[in-house]
Design a binder for this molecule. Structure first.
Ligand code: COA
Length: 329
């Protein structure tokens, strides 16, 4: 089914404070050399007192401004996150309140790092049903609130940030680009490879309990690495094939910014030359659901994505979940 979905505006926002590899050397037994050689990450932005919705709000204002729309023009707010301000209410309801609007549809998406791409597909479905929709899709994460700062194998990987996109159907106005297609997938059999085991109904909090390490991110890194590369590459080929494209047609590949080695391995598996692969992981670390919209917004802003470019987005995250999107600017 062909649906006309336009990207009207993109925006991103990261907190001011930077946590460098040298700062991490003072917290855990690690080194700048280990982190950069294994992950390509040098810095990440981290919050001091801002919340997920604070970052989402700033990114949303920028995306709305680029779109030339007021918050009240929106019909739906979708926030992808697993680090919302509170378990209840949703981050999207809090964001709506912050934007000073009401009586819009609001929902959060739980697909970890793939959440923004899942959000794009959800927006496409809403636009197919209601072509007049104007939808804000946000990825916003405070990963540092769920990191075990004593676990050196995970705490060096993550950062905080938010990115947002405003999507519409055909409205006769100018647009940044077009969302041609999205494909999403998951495999729950691998759920414990990247998980926060505690804090849900399977392992609830009890009043007065100590907060143990099961309430923070745990990951089987090598296993996740392998699945990430394999699934991002295969779903990318799938979305391209649906439109008769091959990887030769791709002008810019925007992969989930998890790790430079994963980014390079995906590019290589798709035979997309390194100069066409966008990466900002060295400055932001892995910001989960915020990673793709931050990368798209920044790539557009600095001219790494130009008018006429065919952009392939691919993502991977806890669940396990993965997906790809095809954009034409
Ligand atoms: N500093 C120094 N040493 C560290 C370290 C750190 N921050 N973290 C782990 N190590 C050590 C380990 O303890 C291990 O030591 P040992 O050999 O004495 O046991 C050694 O480094 C190698 O660990 P290993 O897990 O084999 O490293 P790796 O090459 O697989 O790299 C990751 C680890 C996490 C960087 C890598 O597996 C990865 O990128 N996985 C995917 C992670 C990801 O992006 N997840 C999110 C997807 S959304």
């Amino acid at each position: 089914m062909s649906i006309n979905v336009h990207i009207k505006g993109l925006g991103h926002h990261v907190p001011e404070k930077i946590l460098s590899n040298q700062d991490l050397e003072k917290i855990v037994d690690t080194s700048d050399e280990w982190i950069t050689s294994r992950t390509g990450i040098s810095n990440r932005h981290i919050v001091e007192d801002e919340t997920c919705v604070d970052l989402a709000y700033e990114a949303s204002l920028k995306a709305l401004k680029k779109a030339g729309l007021e918050a009240d023009d929106l019909t739906h707010i979708i926030v992808a996150t697993f680090t919302g301000d509170r378990p209840l209410p949703s981050a999207s309801c809090l964001l709506m309140e912050r934007l000073g609007i009401k009586q819009k549809a609001a929902m959060d998406i739980a697909a970890a790092c793939s959440g923004f791409v899942y959000g794009l597909e959800t927006a496409r479905a809403f636009i197919a049903l209601h072509p007049e929709s104007k939808i804000l899709v946000v990825g916003s994460e405070i990963l540092t609130s769920r990191v075990n700062w004593k676990d050196r194998s995970t705490c060096v990987l993550f950062g905080d940030g938010a990115g947002a996109a405003v999507l519409t159907g055909d409205d006769g106005a100018e647009h940044d680009g077009k969302l041609l297609d999205v494909v999403i997938s998951a495999d729950g059999a691998l759920s414990m490879a990247l998980a926060i085991k505690g804090g849900g109904s399977a392992l609830p909090y009890h009043l007065g309990d100590n907060v143990g390490e099961e309430y923070f991110i745990e990951m089987r890194g090598r296993e996740v690495f392998k699945h990430a590369v394999r699934n991002m590459a295969s779903i990318s080929k799938e979305v391209l094939a649906r439109h008769g494209y091959t990887t030769d047609d791709v002008d810019v590949l925007v992969p989930h910014q998890a790790n430079q080695r994963i980014i390079e391995a995906v590019g290589k598996k798709l035979s997309i030359p390194v100069e066409k692969v966008f990466s900002n992981v060295s400055r932001f670390g892995n910001t989960s659901a915020a990673s793709i919209p931050i990368a798209l917004s920044e790539a557009k802003e600095i001219g790494a994505i130009k008018e006429g470019d065919l952009v392939l987005v691919t993502t991977f995250g806890g669940g396990l979940t993965w997906g790809s999107a095809l954009l034409q600017f």
